[in-house]
Design a protein around this ligand. Structure first.
Ligand code: SAM
Length: 257
């Protein structure tokens, strides 16, 4: 597939960075109301296992300042807060959990979930683009982006921004769909993502294009090694890759030194 002289992809469509950001924003605005339900159905609940593993690896402390970039409805942030012992603990030790997302409607769903859980101040919800975050240089302990980087217009710019806002000694985590590492498993996965996911999207969310985008965007996203190089090129150190479920998803971790 040719990209012509465009910057990137929106699904299978070659587009410029800004165009992608605007299309992605429209898509998540549309799916915000059923995002959590669809997430559970499409991943058959496996994303909970991956996210549990991620939070354990992050091992956040209640005095740390953490950004959950492209944090959507706050799935990871709720887990971080609970791991840190709840909002009182966070306040006492001076930590902060900041959910940053491009799409206001996703953040609104998150805020709603937050109130339902009785969380009032533990999490801050910030409408912002991963390419230009409203934080000072060297100000955060932890940066995470979970199923978000694939959706960002200019990935390199987002990585530069992650490096800028982290303190020296700060940690970077990116969990994203990736490339299957066992070839014998690939056809089954391909069938699932090419046929089942768009069907579920059309049956449950009545939005087949949105879920077709999901599968197409995974195909265009850099594989494990390519992403690791990109992270390294953007000044991070000690990059490590962990494959989850045979590479359906991969976690990249790195340090700012
Ligand atoms: N991290 C959440 C999770 O794991 O459930 C949400 C992931 S959802 C697949 C992707 C999110 O990325 C959406 O909420 C979307 O609005 C957000 N997003 C897309 N492009 C973005 C950007 N350039 N900056 C910040 N957020 C972005």
């Amino acid at each position: 597939m040719e990209k012509d002289n465009k910057d990137t992809w929106f699904g299978n469509l070659a587009v410029d960075y800004q165009e992608k950001t605007s299309l992605v924003h429209d898509l998540f605005k549309r799916v915000a109301g059923h995002y959590d339900l669809m997430n559970n159905l499409m991943s058959l609940g496996i994303h909970h296992v991956w996210k549990r593993q991620l939070v354990k690896l992050i091992n956040p402390k209640p005095n740390e300042i953490m950004a959950d970039v492209a944090g959507g409805t706050g799935d990871i942030s709720f887990r971080l807060l609970s791991y840190c012992g709840g909002e009182k603990n966070l306040q006492e030790f001076g930590g902060q959990i900041l959910v940053c997302d491009l799409t206001l409607e996703m953040l609104q769903q998150g805020r709603h979930r937050s109130f339902n859980k009785g969380i009032v101040q533990g999490i801050e919800w910030i409408e912002s683009n991963a390419e230009h975050l409203p934080f000072k240089n060297n100000s955060l302990d932890i940066y995470m982006i979970v199923f978000g980087l694939r959706n960002v217009g200019n990935i390199t710019q987002a990585l530069k921004e992650a490096h800028r806002i982290l303190k020296p000694g700060g940690r970077f985590f990116c969990l994203e769909f990736s490339k299957i590492i066992y070839p014998e498993f690939a056809p089954l996965y391909q069938f699932y993502s090419d046929y089942i996911i768009p069907k579920l999207g059309s049956l449950i969310a009545q939005d087949k294009p949105a879920y077709q985008y999901l599968t197409d965007s995974i195909k265009h996203f850099p594989d494990q090694q390519t992403l690791a190089h990109l992270i390294q090129e953007n000044k991070f150190s000690q990059i490590r890759i962990r494959n989850f479920s045979a590479g359906i998803a991969a976690l990249h971790t790195a340090w700012k030194v």
